[in-house]
Design a protein around this ligand. Structure first.
Ligand SMILES: CSC[C@@H](O)[C@@H](O)C(=O)COP(=O)(O)O
Length: 350
């Protein structure tokens, strides 16, 4: 990916976030001199995708640490905990957000340093580590996942689980990138992903940038495409995976999984271990974000529905584990029974 198109940039001690609401029309970065700007960027989906919002929030905490007036360690940690709470409340579904903030606060708690300047440096190091490890995980996931894609595979994906949704490389799109880099002929079908069109605006754009053949379809075309035997497998990302293997991901993913099952097409989920939440036993417990009805009624500022109509706008849905063929992680490909096998893989890492 072109360096100037990274979702998150920390350079010269300042944070810049690519404003993904503007893509693909223009490439604009948001300067984040205050943690409140980071929180706003996460809420409005300028930065989005589970691992990316985790990394952005970690850097947001670093920015917030810089805003805290000179203080003793105890006051500094207490104020930072408030900032972490505020950042953590921006979006409820992707567990990576909480995971990254908890990791930052735990690192702080474990640091014996009393000097606040030193603590700020430790926080920055930890944010860098979260960022770098995410790229590394995506590459490992890509390596494991690409083995599942035969040469010539036609792969359907939903939403955007690419470099834009992570620190770099991507989860579902990372698997596709890795197969492409191995010289396999891969053809991507990108669901446009209503209502905010992450598939059309971001996945199609990312694939074109990478030189990977891509065909854009509207969400309601996926079933017919499968019926015409044009899809060999589905790969999507995840916002949260529970202990039993249920998967929360962008609204519409569940429908794609049901279609894949009906047509006997493998349905893969690619996600780092930071997306797996063993504290929740099933998808019923995942908080699902509901967003502004205007995202459904309006497009490009234009009303597409009668004023006053009732709207339901959940941003995510839950795909039951029975529909998931395998989960691709940086530790390898995990197959059912998920309750047992996720615990085994995460047990060593959490
Ligand atoms: C690697 S990103 C995985 C998921 O976060 C992605 O598929 C998704 O649903 C993103 O939703 P978004 O609302 O754009 O943040």
């Amino acid at each position: 990916m072109n360096l100037s198109m990274e979702a998150i940039i920390w350079e010269h001690n300042r944070l810049r976030l690519l404003d993904q609401t503007k893509l693909p029309r223009s490439i604009e970065y948001i300067e984040c001199n205050h943690y409140q700007t980071v929180a706003e960027a996460i809420k409005k989906l300028a930065v989005r995708g589970a691992p990316a919002i985790g990394a952005a929030a970690a850097y947001g905490l670093v920015v917030g640490a810089g805003q805290i007036e000179a203080a003793d360690r105890q006051t500094f940690v207490a104020k930072l905990a408030d900032i972490a709470r505020e950042l953590g409340d921006t979006r409820p579904t992707a567990v990576n957000l909480r995971w990254a903030l908890d990791r930052m606060m735990m690192r702080l708690a474990a640091a014996p340093e009393q000097d606040v300047q030193e603590l700020r440096r430790i926080l920055l190091d930890e944010a860098h580590a979260i960022y770098q490890e995410d790229i590394q995980s995506n590459r490992q996931m890509g390596e494991f996942g690409q083995a599942l894609l035969p040469d010539g595979a036609r792969v359907l994906t939903h939403c955007n689980a690419g470099a834009l949704a992570t620190a770099g490389y991507g989860t579902a799109l990372g698997v596709i990138r890795a197969a492409h880099e191995k010289g396999k002929q891969i053809h991507v079908f990108a669901d446009e992903t209503r209502p905010l069109l992450q598939g059309a605006r971001l996945t199609a754009w990312e694939m074109l940038q990478a030189g990977i053949p891509v065909t854009l379809i509207t969400d309601n075309m996926a079933g017919y495409l499968m019926a015409k035997q044009q899809v060999d497998c589905v790969i999507v990302g995840a916002d949260r995976i529970t202990a039993n293997g249920d998967v929360a991901n962008k609204i519409g993913t569940y429908g794609v999984a049901v279609l894949a099952k009906h047509h006997n097409i493998p349905f893969y989920v690619a996600a780092p271990l930071s997306t797996i939440d063993l504290r929740l036993s099933s998808g019923d417990e995942i908080p699902i974000e509901e967003r502004d009805p205007r995202e459904v009624t309006h497009h490009g500022g234009q009303a597409m529905a009668p004023e006053g109509v009732q709207v339901w706008n959940p941003a995510f849905d839950v795909t039951p584990h029975q529909l998931v063929t395998a989960i691709i992680t940086e530790q390898g490909v995990i197959y059912p029974p998920y309750l047992e096998n996720l615990a085994k893989v995460c047990g060593n890492n959490k």
